[in-house]
Design a protein around this ligand. Structure first.
Ligand code: 5AD
Ligand code: SF4
Length: 436
């Protein structure tokens, strides 16, 4: 027995939540908690929630319901709700589920340890947007080794106010972290064995701090010894500056993969979404990006059945996809989010949304399959990350963010190896390790 208290964190939603959960784990680690893989027997359960699409809050309440028995068995158990549902629902969570001890919004979780102290005297709610940088206020945990690939949040929040999206309300206004701190955090990650860093932000390419753009940040990070690969996500088309496009062509460590959501291929719908660009403008932008880095893999997000979308608008989305041929894509039925402008409009029939989503996903699936297939026979540099499903296997990532598995020694974790791609399987590529 270590005598340390047990912490179970369940993370929903985007990569930024994954990063936030790691930080909360570090902060509570400094308070004597160790992380465990299941809620049974935990002294603290933390749900890090997502509010982006439908039923998110309902999922959280039903998950909380499942913890009732645990709380009955262990009255000392503390239950916390963090993330964007916490921000959106606030006190309502405690009203609906009184066994919750603390509710902490995504900008306030550096206060988590204090909140935990207070939670002995009844529930605590903190959904402020404090001005200080929460990351610098987080206590540092012991320097645990990290996996070869890590996330680093460089920017948070969004000022774009797309008509469907809750992010500007749950995460607040755009804020960029100072470059000096980010470089320090990157060095710290490298010291812990990390070789690939993915820079995160809701609008990561809007990064702007101390006169630095995202491109400058990437170029400076690329100078760090030991850092082998850099990625960033998620970007907005309107913030794709020339310097960032050029970096794809010039900076070897910047991987040829770009997630650049367009949401719809219809100008009418793009306008109604408040995206502030046209389909044509987006395609021209992709042309410039592909000119800088011809092999770049593109990925996107799509919403079908946005209020006002008719068959012709939807077909424009299909056409845009035909033109782009995304290597990967994420598509969703529009779901009204309370408090957003589009929620007030008249909605497309659910059955129509479902039918459109299926058509779109079929097309996107074909393109994704063709992209995977085009890798067969190629030799790709793969960053090996962890053991695979079968004994003797390791799994890693290609430059294009594809999972690649091969027979390899576990000691190769963190190394970039050359692999000959043998075939494309359901969710990954099968490769053979080439001797250096
Ligand atoms: N309904 C459906 N999809 C949404 N997204 C954001 N808000 C909504 C919504 N209300 C999708 C967008 C975004 C991705 C992260 O989630 O496509 O890019
Ligand atoms: Fe949401 Fe639009 Fe901001 Fe993306 S750019 S976080 S979709 S409001």
């Amino acid at each position: 027995m270590t005598g340390r208290k047990k912490l179970f964190i369940k993370t929903y939603g985007c990569q930024m939540n994954v990063y936030d959960s790691e930080r909360m784990g570090d902060a509570l680690g400094a308070r004597g908690f160790e992380q465990v893989d299941s809620p049974e027997g935990a002294d603290m359960i933390l749900l890090n929630t997502c509010h982006i699409r439908e039923k998110a809050a309902e999922k959280v309440y039903s998950e909380l319901g499942r913890y009732k028995g645990l709380k009955a068995d262990n009255p000392g158990l503390k239950i916390g709700v963090a993330g964007c549902v916490a921000q959106a629902e606030g006190e309502e969570i405690i009203r609906r589920q009184p066994m919750v001890d603390l509710v902490v919004g995504p900008q306030a979780y550096h206060r988590l340890p204090e909140m935990l102290d207070k939670a002995g005297n009844g529930p605590v709610v903190d959904t402020d947007f404090p001005a200080e940088d929460k990351f610098t206020h987080l206590p540092r945990g012991p320097k645990a080794k990290r996996a070869p690939s890590a996330f680093l949040t460089v920017q948070e929040g969004c000022d774009k106010f797309c008509a469907f999206c809750v992010v500007p309300y749950t995460r607040g206004a755009e804020v960029s972290r100072p470059p000096a701190r980010l470089l320090e955090e990157a060095r710290d990650l490298l010291a812990r064995g990390v070789v690939e860093i993915t820079l995160l932000g809701q609008n990561v390419n809007a990064y702007q701090a101390d006169g630095w753009s995202l491109a400058r940040l990437i170029r400076e990070m690329a100078k760090l010894d030991g850092l082998k690969r850099i990625r960033f996500t998620t970007s907005h088309p309107n913030d794709m500056g020339d310097d960032l496009i050029a970096a794809f062509g010039e900076e070897e460590k910047l991987m040829p993969y770009l997630h650049l959501p367009v949401q719809s291929g219809s100008d009418k719908i793009l306008k109604a979404m408040n995206r502030k660009h046209t389909a044509e403008g987006y395609l021209e932008l992709l042309e410039r990006i592909r000119a800088a880095r011809p092999d770049i893999a593109l990925s996107g997000d799509f919403i079908v059945g946005f209020p006002g979308e008719d068959e012709a608008d939807f077909e424009a989305t299909l056409e845009l996809c035909q033109e782009v041929r995304y290597a990967a894509a994420y598509s969703f039925k529009y779901s009204p989010r309370p408090g957003t402008p589009a929620a007030e409009r008249s909605h497309v029939d659910e059955a129509v949304k479902a039918e459109r989503l299926q058509r779109l996903q079929t097309l996107l699936g074909e393109h994704q399959f063709a992209f995977q297939q085009s890798m067969v026979g190629q030799t790709l540099p793969v960053l090996l990350e962890r053991p695979g499903r079968e004994a003797g296997q390791m799994v890693g990532k290609s430059p294009y963010l594809q999972a690649v598995h091969m027979d390899a020694e576990p000691e190769l974790a963190g190394r970039i190896v050359n692999a000959k791609i043998l075939r494309s399987e359901r969710n990954s590529l099968a490769g053979a390790l080439l001797k250096p």
